[in-house]
Design a binder for this molecule. Structure first.
Ligand code: PLP
Length: 420
């Protein structure tokens, strides 16, 4: 099984990223914001798009677009082939055994809802528990709460330590006969904590509990292989990994997907429809009601090709360098507090500044051309765990440079001197 801590911190032999070429691939990096060169440190919310993805999306609409899996004419065949090819690219990217285990959704949120409604809801009984963690994004809390409420079941959350790591002893003691599902993020969107998901899956499976991994903040930062991870389900969004918005992915083990009923009705999911009764089609189409984002799915495949071409080792090494520099610089600013200190961390650093509201920090950084996120980042329980309502968050993408991180630190030093 992969040791994620080693994966991220020590990258023996990782080929370096050609940062100039990477930046040149993103048209927006040449733009300005508030009259300054853009320093984009909000990739955790959504990443920017390389020209390859933008062009593929536009070209598809220019020359290859038609509805899929319906037409016998050439254009429809071409569009269908592109859509099917993208599914195979996702399969390869995740290391899934079969393309049928890849379901396209609108985003991570919809993928989690699909599992909550189709996989879990039919099984839930009063008193059942769904085990989550305190560091979940609302998308990995609320869908489970909604299905739990309908059956007298409840969600319970594994606590986290002051360092922002999962309390694994608590997890071991909380999982038991009442637990019907465990859902946890691989990487926290606030703390950047990389959770030991392979170990979590092993523990859960030891109790016969299926696991959904929310990989929305993971696939763009760490190597993913669902075969060795052995999770029952894994979800991510294309827009956070340099692809278009509007496309999400649910990976599910074939045996689960085969046993699950459709969760939305409509065209494309059926075998035979009569007014008395409808029989449903095969997986994954059974879960893809209506016309999907055809061009978006095609562009998602292009994004994964583009990202794969960088090499995950090179990406991880580069982002580890940005993270180390960011933590060093921010820790030296008086009155600035970084949330958590997990041993294994990637993607995001969240912080507060004495006497300043996170939105004010965000607005002042904007004046310097620096884009960060401020607020609760859809993780209210996590912020409350630290006695906060919100924080400011800088998050990294492949295009960020040491100068970006220095610009952030310099701007924050000035803000703190003036207002902190
Ligand atoms: N899970 C995590 C950890 C996230 O960070 C996000 C988005 O920020 C989501 C789920 C939801 O993703 P989406 O809005 O693409 O559905």
């Amino acid at each position: 099984m992969t040791d994620m801590a080693t994966d991220i911190r020590e990258r023996p032999g990782a080929a370096a990223l050609d940062l100039d070429a990477v930046r040149a691939a993103f048209p927006v990096m040449a733009d300005t914001m508030s009259g300054r060169p853009i320093v984009f440190l909000d990739s955790g919310a959504s990443s920017q798009k390389p020209e390859a993805v933008i062009a593929a999306h536009a070209e598809f609409y220019r020359h290859d677009y038609a509805n899929i899996h319906r037409g016998v004419y050439e254009l429809s065949q071409r569009a269908s082939d592109a859509f099917d090819a993208a599914r195979r690219k996702v399969q390869t990217f995740l290391g899934a055994a079969e393309w049928r285990e890849i379901v396209f959704t609108r985003n991570t949120t919809e993928a989690i809802n699909l599992v909550a409604w189709s996989f879990l809801e039919p099984k839930l009984q009063p008193g059942d528990e769904i085990l989550l963690t305190t560091m979940e994004h609302h998308s990995n809390i609320v869908p489970w709460q909604i299905v739990a409420m309908r059956h007298g079941a409840k969600v319970v959350s594994v606590p986290i330590t002051d360092a922002g790591e999962l309390d694994m002893d608590a997890l071991r003691s909380m999982i038991g006969p009442r637990t019907k599902m465990l859902a946890c993020s691989w990487v926290s969107n606030v703390l950047g904590t990389v959770n030991p998901v392979a170990e979590i899956v092993q523990i859960a499976h030891g109790h016969g509990v299926p696991v959904l991994v929310d990989a929305a903040q993971a696939v763009q930062h760490v190597a993913v292989d669902v075969a060795s991870l052995d999770a029952d389900f894994l979800a991510f969004s294309a827009h956070k990994i340099y692809g278009p918005s509007g496309v999400g992915v649910l990976y599910g083990k074939r045996e689960h997907l085969e046993a699950m009923p459709p969760w939305q009705g409509g065209g494309g999911i059926v075998d035979r429809v009569e007014f008395e009764k409808t029989t449903f089609g095969e997986i994954p189409f059974r879960f893809e009601a209506g016309t999907p984002d055809i061009a978006g799915v095609h562009a998602t495949g292009v994004a994964l090709d583009w990202f794969g071409g960088l090499g995950i080792d090179a990406v991880a090494a580069h982002e580890a360098d940005l993270m180390a520099q960011g933590l060093r610089a921010l820790h030296q600013i008086p009155g600035l507090h970084v949330l958590g200190a997990p041993a294994c961390r990637t993607g995001a650093i969240s912080f507060t500044v004495n006497g300043l509201h996170p939105s004010d920090i965000g607005a002042m950084l904007d004046l310097d051309g620096i884009a960060i996120r401020s607020g609760h980042h859809c993780a209210q329980p996590l912020h409350r765990r630290f006695g906060l309502e919100g924080s400011a968050r800088a998050s990294f993408g492949v295009y960020n440079t040491n100068s970006d991180v220095e610009a952030l630190a310099e701007s924050l030093r000035r803000i703190v001197r003036k207002y902190g």
